[in-house]
Write a protein that binds this ligand. Structure first.
Ligand code: CP
Length: 307
């Protein structure tokens, strides 16, 4: 059984195969009929123990475009609320003959635990502060689409690095593909180990990070993962770290603006920047469907053509 638990486990060649497969699915998605019969014998359950808009809809659309049978599970309206464990929940769902599980969970390592205990393929749709592999794949794929390549591109990941699974997966993915990576934001939101352990540049001044980069991937403050706020107020965060139109205009060079969503407008990113021609935020969302189709297709081990 094959899984996608994190970018840390992938090679640059694996990522390139996913991108090439996604290229073909993008072509399918631009046709009048966007559906292929590839996974018509496959049942996928989307297990979401945490809120999601983009990832959940994107996986469901990817599965449906591949003609899989799809079941959606939300912990909030399930028997988890009556005390049922994760493993009991999953064994009961698998008893109904499910082939693949897409899971989001607030606990880091939850999909890895599941993968050790069930015979189905597991795809990590975000686990705690650990990894969000399909987000990193679609982010790098979107950079490749906009700039022609990822190798040598300078990417600044700006914001709440400490609590971000998007940051960690992006660092792994971008470095494997040969990008130069910087993390930037308040010192309280950048873990001390990150510079040495992950070999990335660290910058505490966002204007300097913008001056250095070709691409700024701006992250949300993950208040839900902070026991106590690690900065004084959202207003002050915006003042010192929120990306403003005037800062972008002052650069006198084009940079690409990215954000995984959901955006807190007026906190980490002002609307004039989020909605500007430099922003590829909605292209990221669009590419997410093709990337997730590619991941599902490759994990299902389909050898035949999907056209
Ligand atoms: N980017 C992302 O994971 O968004 P959602 O939380 O809405 O799925």
């Amino acid at each position: 059984v094959k899984h996608l638990l994190g970018i840390r486990d992938l090679t640059a060649e694996d990522i390139e195969i996913i991108f090439q497969t996604a290229d073909q699915f993008k072509e399918v998605l631009n046709r009048p009929i966007k559906k292929v019969p590839t996974l018509r014998d496959t049942t996928v359950v989307n297990l979401f123990f945490e809120n999601s808009t983009r990832t959940r809809i994107s996986f469901e659309l990817a599965e449906k475009r591949l003609s899989a049978d799809v079941v959606n599970f939300s912990a909030g309206v399930s028997s988890v609320k009556k005390g049922e464990t994760l493993i009991d929940t999953v064994h009961n769902i698998l008893a109904m003959k499910v082939d693949m599980v897409v899971m989001r969970h607030s606990a880091s390592g939850a999909p890895h635990f599941l993968a050790r205990h069930i015979p189905a393929s597991v795809i990590n749709a975000g686990d705690g502060i650990n990894e969000h592999p399909t987000q990193a794949l679609l982010d790098a794929y979107s950079i490749r689409e906009r700039l022609g390549q990822v190798k040598g591109v300078r990417v600044a990941i700006i914001g709440d690095i400490m609590h971000s699974r998007v940051a960690l997966s992006n660092i792994y993915c971008l470095k494997k593909l040969g990008a130069e990576v910087m993390v930037a934001g308040p010192p309280t939101l950048i873990p001390k180990y990150i510079e040495e352990a992950l070999d990335v540049r660290v910058c505490y001044h966002v204007k300097d990070a913008l001056a250095w980069c070709d691409v700024a991937n701006v992250l949300r403050i993950q208040l839900e993962r902070q026991n106590r706020p690690l900065f004084s107020s959202l207003r002050e965060y915006n003042l010192y770290y929120g990306i403003k139109r005037s800062w972008i205009d002052a650069l006198q060079k084009p940079i690409v603006i990215m954000h995984p969503g959901p955006i807190n407008r007026g906190v980490e990113l002002d609307s004039e920047v989020a909605d500007s021609p430099q922003s590829i935020i909605l292209q990221q969302v669009e590419n997410g469907v093709a990337i997730r189709m590619a991941v599902l297709y490759l994990l299902a081990g389909k050898k035949e053509s999907f056209s």
